[in-house]
Design a protein around this ligand. Structure first.
Ligand code: C2E
Ligand code: CA
Ligand code: CA
Length: 543
């Protein structure tokens, strides 16, 4: 019995618009479709759907409708008058309303009459290729001498607990969600398969082990995001072992065995990390938690400031935003590291540091502009510590700033789940003159009772509402009405309104018309380092 060969492991990349009109075909794709190396446009239909076998159109559409952001399915494509089985992996480019579709020719699998035919079936839960496919793809890579590539073995940390706590239906949903996150995190030419249970494998084309390790950063972060498992979110991690071809093995069995050894090393080293195979015990681990710890010690965190303007476009303040350039992971956005720091119990420390840093900067700004106001974000977990109010008052005392020049941005969830402790801290700080603003207003619980009950002085309308008024659509009008309603409501109880994410003059004009008080967004100023912010501030003498 001969092993079925894949034509080429990745054959074609298509980009199509929302109606599946073909906008772009990669060069290998053009070759695969046509007889000659050049694209024979007359032979390529205008619509991707026209290329599908009629019997498969419905399955394709269902897969796409189910999860338009990323989906995978097997269909027959009509090519050179013949039908070819392909596996499609699709990613949505939401901003331009297009899809990128990566096609792998799997005809050999589907048509081979041997037992491979069964093996060729994909994992039925996630739709991903399975173990047999991985073996074949790895052997194909080796036979084709495509150069270095790596195999990464992924095993979720904490998945068993999900199954035990929530049952198998939720467990399955978590695995499907994991497959989607992984597909988004990897490159288009990489292959993702599910080995079974909570084990996945990645084949990383043209990447040696150290490049593969780099590529795993986004995978660690993708899995670290909370999973929505009612009634509580679940936090998982992933332990990853990497073996590179040819340095760590020159056949499938050795590569997989060594990736497995490295994966166990990652598990034993504390989980949720990447380990590269090494012959001795010298494997090196990279974990996000350790990197945050290390980053705090090494001074890898810093602040940027995004200016805020009144409606006459004068700078009146700024929001302090945390930044991290990690030695191991490069630039990491706060949306990625803050949830992890919160979960790892590091956020109180980071938040306190951010507050002091911002207050020091504010003190310098006040030498030029005494009425400048600094907004600092506060994570809900920071209220969990008994001394939150004391820490804020210390930072103020240490820097000598006026308390009424500091605004703490808190989220609706902080208020909704607030306990007596939080309310006491808020009240105490308010008494000393510190102000509070509700961040991302309108996205959370939108129960308004707390606005009057708690010492809030302004709301920040979330940028999602502004984005929605940018494109002329049915939602535009609704969102404009919503924004106007939020502004009126806030004004009726004496709250100021900040709009964030203002990117265009049209948005600015609309907000001016609606009576918004303060503007923050790329239109007037992006987040910037402290020295750039200082240049935006008019010295006292020139005002
Ligand atoms: P946020 O509080 O909603 O911060 C506003 C985010 O919008 C910032 O993203 C900012 O760069 C971005 N932004 C500002 N203007 C525009 C615009 O015109 N268009 C678009 N598309 N985006 C704009 P960033 O810096 O990535 O921060 C993300 C989130 O991380 C923040 O969201 C905040 O929740 C959190 N964060 C940042 N720094 C800290 C911190 O020191 N402490 C805490 N607890 N959270 C922080
Ligand atoms: Ca904020
Ligand atoms: Ca916000």
């Amino acid at each position: 019995m001969t092993s079925p060969t894949l034509d080429r492991v990745l054959d074609a990349v298509f980009r199509v618009d929302a109606d599946f009109n073909i906008k772009f075909i990669s060069e290998p794709g053009q070759r695969w479709l046509g007889d000659s190396a050049s694209a024979d446009s007359a032979r390529v239909p205008k619509s991707f759907v026209d290329m599908l076998h009629p019997a498969d159109v419905e399955r394709f559409m269902t897969a796409c409708k189910g999860t338009p952001d990323t989906f995978t399915c097997d269909v027959r494509l009509l090519r050179r008058g013949k039908e070819n089985w392909v596996n499609i992996r699709s990613y949505q480019l939401a901003a331009v309303r297009q899809y990128v579709m990566c096609l792998i020719d799997i005809s050999a699998w589907k048509t081979d009459d041997t037992s491979f035919r069964h093996a060729a079936e994909h994992d039925s839960l996630t739709g991903l290729p399975n173990r047999a496919f991985v073996k074949c793809a790895v052997e194909q890579h080796i036979n084709d001498s495509v150069g270095p590539f790596s195999v990464a073995l992924l095993d979720l940390d904490g998945f068993k607990k999900v199954n035990d706590t929530y049952g198998h239906a939720i467990g399955d949903a978590v695995l499907i969600e994991t497959a989607k996150r992984l597909l988004k995190a990897i490159g288009p030419q990489d292959i993702l398969a599910r080995l079974g249970g909570d084990e996945f494998v990645l084949i990383l084309k043209e990447k040696d082990a150290s490049a593969a390790k780099e590529a795993m950063n986004s995978v660690l972060f993708a899995i670290a995001r909370p999973y929505e498992t009612a009634p509580h979110n679940t936090y998982l991690g992933v332990s990853i072992g990497i073996a590179g071809f040819p340095e760590h093995g020159d056949d499938y069995a050795t590569l997989l065995k060594h990736a497995d050894t490295a994966m166990y090393h990652a598990k034993n080293g504390g989980k949720n990390r990447v380990s590269v195979f090494a012959k001795s015990s010298e494997s090196v681990d990279f974990s996000i938690n350790a990197a945050i710890h290390n980053g705090i010690e090494e001074g890898e965190f810093y602040m940027e400031y995004q200016p805020q303007f009144d409606m006459q476009r004068n700078v009146i303040g700024a929001e302090a935003l945390m930044r991290w350039t990690s030695r191991d992971f490069g630039r990491v956005g706060p949306d990625q590291f803050i949830p992890i720091a919160e979960e790892a119990g590091l956020m109180s420390f980071l938040g306190r540091w951010a507050l002091r840093y911002a207050c020091h900067q504010l003190r310098k700004i006040h030498e030029r502009m005494p009425d400048f106001v600094m907004s600092v974000n506060v994570s809900p977990v920071q209220f969990g510590s008994d001394q939150f109010d004391r820490l804020v008052l210390e930072a103020i005392a240490e820097t000598g700033i006026a308390p009424n020049r500091l605004i703490l941005e808190i989220t609706e969830s902080t208020l909704m789940h607030s306990q007596e402790k939080t309310e006491r801290a808020l009240a105490n700080l308010r008494e000393k003159g510190i102000r509070f603003s509700i961040d991302d207003f309108g996205t959370g619980f939108s129960s308004l009772a707390y606005l009057t009950r708690l010492p809030v002085s302004s709301i920040k309308i979330d940028k999602a509402f502004l984005r929605a008024i940018e494109h002329q659509s049915a939602e535009t009008l609704t969102n404009k009405k919503l924004i106007t309603a939020m502004i009126n409501l806030a004004h009726s109880i004496d709250l100021k309104v900040v709009a964030e994410g203002v990117e265009t003059e049209d948005q600015f004009a609309f907000l001016t018309h609606s009576g918004c008080n303060i503007i923050q967004g790329y239109l007037l100023g992006k987040p910037m380092p402290a020295d750039a912010l200082m240049k935006c501030i008019t010295p006292l003498s020139r005002r």
